[in-house]
Each structure stands twice: as C-alpha cells, then as structure tokens.
Write a protein that binds this ligand. Structure first.
Ligand code: ARG
Length: 256
C-alpha cells in the first residue's frame, strides 16, 4: 500500500514535470509558483457543454477541462471563438486543445488528433410544434434547413440536401430563432443544445427520429503528446465518478 502510494506520487511528479514542457504560456500563481497554462479553444454557444453564465463560461466541457487541468497540474484558460475557428486554432497550435462538443469525423482527423470519445450524441431535427409536414429526415428534401456554421449538422445536411437548402448561422440559437420566425423550416443541431433551445423558445418540437449518431472528443494538434495525458486524465475522472458527477449536473438523465 505504502509502496503504491509512493509510486503514485512519483508518477504524478513525473507527469507534472514532463507536462511542464507542453503548455505554451505560463501564468503566475499566488504563492509565486509558476503553473503552465493550457489554452482551450471553444465556442461557448452550445449549452449544456459550453455557454455563458454572466461573464463566465460554464458547462460540461468547461468543467471537464478544469478537472483534467487539475490532474495534469496545469491551469486551463478558455478562449471563446467562432465554432469553425476551433479546429484551425488547434491545428495550428494557437490553442493547446479544443473542447466544444466536437464530433469526431474522418475529415477532421486529417487536421487534428482526437482524444478518446467521452460522450455519445445525435443530430436532432427541430421544427415548429404545429408542423405536420416534416416528421423525419427524408421530409427535409427541398426545405430550408438552419444550422450552426461548420458543425456536423451543416456538413451532413449540405451533403444530403444540397448547399442551397442550408442556411448557416454563427450561433445555434440564431438558427432556432430563424425557425421561430419562419425564416427556415427546420434546424439540425446536436441533441442536448436542441433540448435547451426548445425549452427556451416557445412553439417548437424535436422530431423523434434522429438525423445522425456521433461521438464527442477533445482535439489536439497532430502528434501532440497531450493526447495520451488527457486520455489518462479522462479515464481517472470516469473511474473516480467525477465525470458522471459533472455530466449529471448539466444533463438530467431522468428526462431522457
Ligand atoms: N457536434 C457538432 C460538431 O462537432 C457541433 C458542435 C458545436 N459546438 C459548439 N461549441 N458550438 O460539429
């Protein structure tokens, strides 16, 4: 037992030490000790994964990143940007990692490396509550579809229904408002934000049939040695219950 503890302490020390070389900025802490800073790229328009509460960015990704940072002995600084800037920022090393409810896709894998997946999601279709015409993805042919620019909802609906059918917005919420105003016929967006937006905006419903199933992961610059470290930290958070605690703080699974 004692030996195990000692080994852990030594290993933790080695991790922190070797990680110190990875962060691209340093920040001072109160006691004068320097802590490396990891810059996290996100788009904080995506409740419950990342969104503003007052001036602060909160949500599942924000809290997971903070916990991962604690394990790695690093401070996480969140940088909010347009969603379609997240992957370029990480790919070019402007940010150390991306955490943005980001779906793993083959195409994105050519630009960044992904961590292990941490959440299974779906693209859902939102329509007006009284819409009797659109009941499944097939009914979207020839319709105007609102999406957040650069998301998988954008990519897949452009593939399936053609560029001219898709209207792109900077924020998912703006697409939902356009739907409310009758400017688009449907919105394709990830399941959890879909639920939040439909709760917050009257007169809308989510179709039962899913559009796609996807998995979220963190992304990194290609060949970054952070990938393994974050995967190990993620595993720890899953094993010690912290992961579930964070997810259930933001997602009420009874209501699924
Ligand atoms: N899962 C989708 C994708 O990866 C949407 C993610 C949008 N995330 C955000 N933070 N706005 O394309």
């Amino acid at each position: 037992m004692k030996l195990k503890k000692l080994m852990c302490a030594v290993l933790a020390g080695v991790c922190v030490f070797s990680l110190a070389a990875c962060g691209n900025k340093e920040s001072g802490s109160k006691d004068g000790e320097k802590k490396e800073t990891l810059v996290m790229a996100t788009n904080a328009e995506f409740p419950p994964f990342e969104y503003y509460e007052g001036q602060e960015i909160v949500g599942i990704d924000a809290e997971l990143a903070e916990e991962i940072g604690k394990i790695l002995g690093m401070e996480v600084k969140i940088e909010d940007m347009a969603f379609d800037s997240v992957i370029p920022a990480v790919g070019t090393g402007k940010a150390d990692f991306g955490a943005a409810g980001l779906t793993i896709t083959e195409d994105r894998k050519t630009q960044v490396d992904f961590s292990d997946e941490y959440y299974t999601s779906k693209q859902k279709i939102i329509v007006k509550a009284d819409n009797a015409e659109i009941a499944s993805p097939d009914d979207l042919k020839g319709k105007k579809i609102g999406v957040q620019q650069g998301t998988t909802g954008d990519i897949y609906s452009t593939d399936d229904f053609g560029d001219e059918s898709v209207q792109r917005f900077n924020k998912g919420m703006e697409a939902v408002q356009a739907l409310q105003q009758g400017k688009v016929d449907a919105v394709i967006i990830d399941e959890q934000p879909a639920k939040t937006f439909v709760e917050e905006n009257e007169g809308l419903k989510i179709l039962e049939t899913d559009y796609t199933e996807e998995a979220y992961a963190f992304c990194f610059k290609k060949d970054s040695d952070l990938v393994d470290k974050v995967n190990d930290a993620l595993k720890q958070l899953k094993e010690n219950g912290k992961f579930d605690e964070i997810v259930s703080k933001y997602i009420n699974s009874d209501a699924e």
